[in-house]
Design a protein. Structure first.
Lengths: 401, 371
């Protein structure tokens, strides 16, 4: 209805998405600082709390619609972090110290087996249990990178935390994809498609990763991305790769992580870009932590609470034991081994995206999967950072005052 | 606390200490891994010692008592290989160089040991800025008076040692223009510089007890002199060198000092005078700033020439002693270095000019150290 006074806003006011995102960031920023300054708690936990309050479990101002509209944003944020994490995985180190790969395999395998056993014991269906225990192998790359930067952590535990996280994220993606190919068989019953599906996904993602890595290396040789201006182009390159992964329905997670690893190991010269991809990357990371939590709903607790509790305990024990077994031969003090085992506990956006991917391919998949993983994420995104803080303090690797 | 007794040692034996940088292999900034390295090497059999230092980013290696150049090279290589193997397990890099090219001193952490915490409290930011890496060479002396004679007659050659070893052109990401910027950090300490001009051990003991009486010092460790006596070892310790980028260079410089010491103590070519020190700080500055191309003034003749000319001339004079000590190879290496005037600082500047990255320069330092 047009009138002479329609330059006034119509009542009631309808704030748009920018308003809510702005409000969420404002609240998250303040809550994070409050946590950190008043109680020395990790800022990330503060962001998570705001995510909970704003999301479906709280006031619901960030509804499922906004969350799914924001999915590309999550992909980009996590993709950038995975690329950064991958570029810190030094395969030369693993060659020189093979105990590392053993401890990585031990902690991941043990996590898979133990979580699977506990879930089956708790009467979770085999298919759900398989997917959940594959996801449980992965430590949250976003939290690990974020906490390393926030604490300016430096040392053996930090280095190995990054290495083991990159590796177990990789395992998790691959195993989830393989597990879901079994699902493919159950649902579609086409053997050819069943074999081709994970093959297409894994090989395709790796090819994309290699292409991205090659371009990055070439780019790095020509320009110096440490200066903020030429860095813009590199940022664009990474975004394009994420978009291509979407277009071809490949795994962004695998592509970006592998690309980072290839970049690091293709070239011995240090190739550095601003940490966190600068301020833009940093903002995306905060959104990632907030948005991850908005998906949680209270009915998830009823459906998956018990299983999630079992998962959390089994996962903690498995990671701790797995790391401790090879701590000494790999060159760690047992105290550092404990710190590393505990620091591997965070679980966050990567798990959420893997769940999402599964529902994307199989929309009718048992909703219990999402319920269990969401409950675990809520607990581990709130408590995980604190565990990492304590562990790095125990190992004497926190540098910030 | 009184001065330790001077324990006479076998003349012209020597020992080398090298302070090493520990860096990460991501961006090649200093990292903290000294305690981890110490834990990994503690059961290794090595011909010398590995000890922690004031920060977690530094580790010191030292040879036992050496008599020949060959022995020094072999021992240093073995200790280096042990350390490099441990560093490989931890994914950290080790390298020489008097300073780290781009580390921020505010980021450094002081080791959690009482003496280091005490130094940190006393010197404040100087203690952190003191994250510099030097080579120390001990020369065995037959008795205490000879030690003091050697100390003062060797002072005139300090610019040689600085220019030959210089490997610290960069500090906190900036080209300082110096060949050895490390020594600028050392000079900030109140008790740095030259030892007092006394030529008998009795007089030195007097000086020391007066200093203790003032309450300024507690032990010989509190003096940061360029050359200082180490009575417990029966040596004098030359401390002006930057840690070179390779163990071979370190051994060659040590043997140059050893051969020079034999020449000075046996031939007694000069009588040390207080006035020798008139040109001391000028010469030392020239060496730090301009390296082998710097000017030095001969304190006895007031003649001026470049440090590299002075080194080549000295090499001729001490050549006969090289045969007696088996240090001919080392001196040949020093001669080549003096003629080409490309010390490690010049090499580093070349790498940075080529690669335009200090991070990459540190990586190449690590490669040179392990090669």
């Amino acid at each position: 209805m047009k009138s002479a006074f329609s330059f006034f806003p119509a009542w009631p006011l309808h704030p748009d998405g920018v308003f809510w995102v702005g409000l969420a960031l404002l609240a998250a920023g303040l809550c994070g600082e409050l946590c950190y300054r008043a109680w020395r708690l990790p800022r990330i936990s503060g962001y998570a709390v705001i995510g909970l309050i704003a999301g479906a479990a709280g006031f619901g101002v960030i509804s499922g619609d906004i969350a799914s509209a924001a999915r590309p944003l999550l992909d980009v944020a996590l993709g950038l972090l995975l690329f950064e994490l991958g570029s810190r995985l030094d395969l030369r180190w693993i060659r020189r110290n093979p105990w590392l790969i053993l401890s990585s395999l031990a902690e991941a395998t043990l996590t898979f087996v133990l979580v699977l056993a506990v879930l089956l014991f708790l009467k979770v269906s085999v298919m759900v249990a398989l997917v959940v225990s594959s996801i449980a192998m992965a430590t949250s790359p976003s939290m690990v990178i974020q906490l390393k930067t926030e604490l300016k952590a430096e040392g053996q535990v930090t280095q190995r935390l990054l290495t083991l996280t990159a590796l177990n994220s990789m395992y998790a993606v691959v195993v989830v994809k393989l597990a879901s190919s079994w699902l493919h068989q159950e649902i579609y019953g086409n053997v050819f498609a069943t074999i081709l599906q994970p093959l297409y996904l894994l090989v395709g993602s790796l090819v994309l990763a290699y292409a991205l890595a090659r371009l990055c290396v070439l780019f790095y040789r020509r320009l110096s991305p440490q200066d903020e201006h030429s860095f813009v182009a590199l940022f664009g390159l990474v975004l394009l790769a994420i978009a291509i992964a979407h277009l071809l329905r490949l795994s962004t997670i695998l592509s970006l992580l592998a690309a980072g690893i290839i970049v690091k190991n293709l070239e011995a010269k240090p190739q550095l870009w601003p940490q966190h991809f600068g301020t833009a990357g940093w903002l995306l990371t905060v959104m990632l932590f907030v948005l991850t939590m908005t998906v949680f709903e209270w009915r998830d607790v009823a459906m998956g609470g018990v299983a999630a509790a079992g998962l959390i305990v089994a996962r903690l024990v498995a990671k701790l034991v797995g790391v401790l077994v090879f701590a000494k031969p790999s060159g760690l003090h047992w105290k550092q081994g404990i710190a590393l085992g505990l620091a591997l506990s965070p679980m966050s956006a990567l798990a959420l995206l893997l769940v999402d991917d599964t529902y994307d391919l199989y929309p009718n998949f048992d909703p219990q999967l999402s319920a269990i993983v969401m409950c675990a994420i809520v607990v581990l995104q709130l408590v995980g950072p604190w565990l990492v803080y304590r562990s790095l303090a125990l190992a004497g690797e926190r540098r910030e005052e | 606390m009184s001065l330790e007794q001077f324990i006479d040692s076998k003349p012209f034996t020597f020992g080398i200490e090298l302070e090493m940088q520990i860096v990460n292999t991501h961006d090649y900034d200093l990292t903290k891994a000294a305690s981890d390295l110490m834990r990994l090497v503690k059961n290794e059999e090595i011909p010398g010692n590995i000890t922690p230092e004031i920060t977690e980013s530094m580790i010191e290696l030292s040879t036992g008592i050496c008599t020949t150049h060959e022995q020094a090279v072999t021992d240093l290589r073995r200790i280096r290989d042990t350390l490099v193997a441990a560093a490989d397990r931890l994914n950290v890099g080790l390298c020489g160089g008097g300073t780290h090219a781009f580390q921020q001193w505010s980021d450094r952490r002081i080791m959690d040991a009482p003496r280091f915490q005490y130094l940190s409290d006393l010197y404040g930011y100087l203690a952190k800025q003191f994250t510099v890496f030097g080579q120390h060479v001990h020369i065995g002396c037959p008795d205490a008076d000879s030690a003091l004679y050697l100390l003062h007659s060797l002072s005139r050659f300090i610019p040689h040692f600085i220019a030959l070893s210089a490997s610290s052109p960069y500090v906190q990401g900036v080209d300082t223009g110096f060949h050895s910027a490390r020594l600028n950090s050392v000079f900030a300490f109140p008790l740095s510089g030259r030892a007092p001009f006394v030529l008998t051990w009795e007089a030195f003991k007097d000086y020391f007890s007066k200093m203790v009486h003032t309450g300024v010092v507690d032990s010989m460790k509190d003096f940061y002199w360029d050359i200082r006596p180490k009575p417990g070892f029966g040596t004098i310790e030359v401390r002006v060198m930057d840690t070179p980028l390779s163990v071979e260079r370190a051994a060659a410089i040590a043997c140059y000092i050893q051969t020079l010491a034999r020449h000075l103590l046996l031939d007694r070519p000069v009588t040390p005078l207080e006035d020798d020190y008139l040109v001391y700080t000028f010469n030392r500055f020239q060496a730090c700033r301009f390296g082998l191309a710097g000017t030095c003034v001969n304190p006895q003749t007031n003649e001026r020439r470049t440090i590299s000319e002075d080194i080549l001339d000295t090499l001729d004079q001490i050549a006969p002693h090289a045969d007696a000590l088996g240090s001919a190879h080392a001196l040949a290496e020093i001669g080549t270095l003096a003629r080409s005037q490309t010390n490690d600082a010049a090499w580093l500047r070349g790498v940075v000019a080529e690669e335009r990255s200090l991070h990459e320069a540190v990586r190449q330092q690590c490669l040179r150290w392990r090669a």
